[in-house]
Design a protein. Structure first.
Length: 313
């Protein structure tokens, strides 16, 4: 009995030296004046007796777990959690862009109509999208893609790259996403060509979008559209973010009806009718916008990074 206790004590000492002090088995043998095979047997004894318990953390399992938690919390069809090496905007966009490209490639089938928003995350998706031999696919912009500034929305590039990947013809909406007044917007929407594109966007069964934050840094504030100080103040106070350039609050409701009426493209109600509503977004500055969109049930698929996923769960 005493001999067994001595063996237990020695096996614990050996385990501490090996696992905590990071000493090699040969070094432990030299220090304790025993043979190397004895060290190996003592380490095995420590495992067998439960003195040493090894837990392996697999990042793949973590990502799967986070995805499952997101699906459950927000009633999503799918949640893809990309592994970004750093919690930096450019790394997150690249990681979620790659993951979104793989997801879109997998779900697209013959005769699908793909509606696209714009933004740097979608551009990363388009850059990483591989060709797939499908037939009858159509690709269309979901909102106006013309701006009055040098700020890049990647609107044209995204449609072009996605259309090329699926051997489709890209259909562009060559007008601003926002007009100065509702009368001009109504006139433009009644144009036969514009109406055809808007109707095509409504028919899309797959919609791929991102969200923006509602602050002075929002790209919509830097594209040259008319948003007066009153509107900007209202958005900064009440808006959680924008989706399809529609500003919504933390409950998912439109914040500024007048501004919304001047916006061209898919409405949030129309977006919510899509079979596959894929939101590609990540980063701490977008967490509020993502959370509000998910709570409102706008997307049913989320592609994000592990840092954002942890904040959302």
């Amino acid at each position: 009995m005493e001999q067994e206790k001595d063996r237990d004590r020695l096996s614990i000492d050996v385990a501490r030296l090996y696992y905590e002090s990071d000493m090699s088995q040969q070094k432990i043998a030299d220090e304790l004046g025993i043979s190397r095979p004895s060290v190996s047997r003592l380490l095995q004894h420590a495992k067998d007796q439960g003195f040493v318990q090894i837990k392996i953390v697999d990042p793949t399992d973590l990502k799967l777990s986070l995805g499952e938690q997101l699906c459950k919390k927000y009633q999503l069809k799918d949640a893809i959690v990309a592994n970004a090496p750093l919690d930096k905007a450019h790394e997150i966009k690249r990681a979620i862009g790659e993951a979104a490209a793989a997801y879109l490639w997998n779900i697209v089938k013959d005769n699908d109509v793909i509606g696209l928003g714009w933004g740097s995350s979608l551009y990363q998706m388009a850059l990483h999208l591989k060709s797939k031999p499908v037939k009858g696919v159509q690709v269309v912009q979901l909102k106006g893609g013309i701006s009055y500034s040098k700020a890049n929305t990647y609107a044209h590039e995204i449609v072009t790259l996605v259309a090329a990947a699926f051997s489709a013809k890209g259909v562009f909406l060559p007008i601003p996403v926002m007009f100065d007044n509702m009368e001009v917007k109504r006139l433009v929407e009644h144009d036969k060509y514009v109406r055809h594109i808007l109707d095509m966007g409504k028919r899309a069964n797959i919609a791929v979008v991102t969200v923006g934050k509602a602050s002075s840094e929002s790209i919509l504030f830097h594209l040259g559209y008319y948003i007066d100080e009153k509107d900007r103040e209202l958005l900064s106070q009440k808006a959680a973010g924008d989706l399809c350039s529609r500003f919504y609050d933390d409950e998912g409701n439109i914040v500024d009806e007048e501004l919304n009426a001047r916006t061209v493209g898919l409405s949030l109600e129309e977006f919510k009718k899509k079979d596959m509503r894929v939101l590609i977004a990540g980063g701490k500055e977008k967490i509020r916008a993502i959370h509000a969109a998910l709570q409102a049930g706008y997307p049913n698929v989320l592609v994000t990074d592990q840092y954002t996923a942890l904040a959302l769960t």
